[in-house]
Design a protein around this ligand. Structure first.
Ligand code: NDP
Length: 444
């Protein structure tokens, strides 16, 4: 059996009931085959793949808190410190009822390669809880965040592990967590990113993932002879990534006709009204039915369906495995030329293969959504220097990082005879840097 298959079997055996983690490992290891085969003996002796697929540390803890009725609630929480070969652990905190250890491990594993691709010195980690901030009062969210941090603070630090936002963790949650960290440690340090602008946050961090997604998409289209301006774009999700993806796509001259949340989706033939979307999602924290109620050109549909709409470019920006084989078939039938992942692993393996086989340009999340973590790393730099850069300075750095990532993954794919396969390119480029650092640091 090949070394890659041996390691994949071991991952499945030792991590039962974690299908998302298996899926992420499978995708990465499959595309690393040509790299591993060139040096199979050496990597096997070093147990490099066993080490890279096994987290350095997994922290599981309970979070007790009191709700508004005086009832004690308890949630499960996780922080997986996956790999610190190239820098302190870095990765978001997801607050969503679907969160479990397998989902956090898939996200932490992906994060290793994504962070490597940014070119910045950050290792991979991820965390979160099955707490659902939706429908909770501000006081309940604060009670949860303070209790969560009362345990987590023991394991993190500006040079150790620097968490950030993710699904369900926005500026409000980061603020409550930061306040509690400061209170417990007495330290005013850049231990979290995505902070508010008045207490160490970076301009353009809120916009970074969505903007970065569009910078990379534009570069991928241009290098394949297409222009983003004038294209019709389908976006899924209506959260942080989706909102700023819609905004930047429109600034670059494209027309975005869809957004979605976990209840349903909007088709707006005149193009999504970003100001209205922001008001509904960021201010009122309401459902998309309110968008349709406020705008005559919008139709609301229950359930899934964003990718059945005719579009040139599809940007899945909600959650994992939302773009399935039937969606891939609809996209191809409708003449879609490019898919770029704003969310983490939103496309199933089967759908990814179908899109690639049918000539659709496909940018995987670990490259396409790396703008968020890259800007988080810029926030860490500003905190260390006790300085704040302007929006334009951060945005310019973000743009150059995303263009750099595209060329890095494009060249890695070409170097291994897989021109145009950006999944392989991203995995190979991300892996080689981390593997080199692990080898240099010995058996640790
Ligand atoms: P938000 O919580 O701001 O938004 C998530 C959006 O996706 C919401 O519209 C939500 O709908 C929808 N959604 C969440 N879960 C599901 C589900 N199970 N089924 C259908 N829709 C769902 O999160 P973000 O925008 O921050 O994150 C979106 C994705 O991007 C995630 O995969 C995240 O890991 C990834 N990402 C985020 C980065 C960031 O900087 N924020 C950086 C890199 C990647 P509803 O409101 O109804 O729940």
């Amino acid at each position: 059996m090949s070394y890659v298959d041996e390691v994949y079997e071991r991952v499945v055996r030792e991590n039962p009931s974690q299908p998302e983690f298996h899926q992420a490992v499978r995708e990465v290891l499959d595309s690393l085959r040509p790299v591993i085969e060139r040096n199979e003996e050496k990597y096997r002796r070093e147990a490099l793949l066993e080490r890279i697929t096994m987290p350095e540390r997994q922290i599981l803890f309970r979070v007790p808190w009191v709700d508004d009725k005086g009832q004690v609630q308890v949630n499960n929480a996780f922080r997986v410190q996956f790999n610190s070969a190239i820098g302190p652990y870095k990765g978001g905190l997801r607050l969503h009822p679907s969160v479990n250890l397998g989902i956090i491990k898939f996200l932490g594993f992906e994060q290793i390669f994504k962070n490597s691709l940014t070119g910045l010195p950050i290792g991979g980690g991820k965390g979160g809880s099955d707490f659902d901030p939706k429908g909770k009062s501000d006081r309940e969210v604060m009670a949860f965040c303070q209790s969560f941090m009362t345990e987590l603070f023991k394991y993190i630090g500006a040079d150790v592990d620097v968490p950030a936002g993710d699904i369900g963790t926005g500026a409000r949650e980061i603020g409550f967590m930061y306040g509690q960290y400061k209170r417990l440690t007495g330290k005013y340090e850049g231990v979290l990113t995505g902070k508010g602008l008045t207490y160490g946050g970076s301009l353009a961090r809120t916009e970074a993932t969505g903007y970065g997604l569009l910078y990379l998409t534009q570069e991928m289209l241009a290098s394949n002879g297409h222009e983003l301006a004038g294209k019709t774009v389908a976006v899924s999700g209506a959260g942080n990534v989706a909102i700023y993806a819609v905004q930047k796509a429109q600034q670059l001259g494209a027309k975005v006709v869809t957004v979605s949340d976990s209840n349903g989706w909007i088709y707006d033939a005149e193009g999504i009204d970003v100001a209205l979307l922001r008001e509904i999602k960021e201010v009122r924290r309401a459902r998309l039915t309110e968008y349709a109620a406020a705008r005559a050109s919008a139709q609301y549909h229950e359930g899934r369906g964003v990718f059945t709409v005719k579009c040139d470019v599809a940007l899945p920006c909600a959650t994992q495995n939302e773009l399935r084989i039937e969606d891939a078939k609809a996209l191809v039938a409708n003449g879609c030329i490019a898919v770029a992942e704003g969310a983490n692993m939103p496309t199933t393996l089967e759908a990814t293969e179908y899109l690639q086989k049918h000539g659709v340009l496909f940018a995987p999340g670990k490259a396409a959504n790396a703008g968020g973590v890259a800007t988080s790393a810029l926030e860490m730099s500003q905190n260390s220097m006790r300085l704040s850069w302007t929006f334009e300075e951060v945005d310019a750095k973000l743009q150059s990082i995303m263009v750099g990532i595209f060329h890095n993954i494009d060249e890695a794919a070409k170097a291994y005879g897989m021109a145009g396969n950006y999944v392989a390119g991203a995995n190979i480029a991300g892996f080689l840097k981390v593997a080199g650092a692990m080898e240099a640091q010995g058996v640790v």
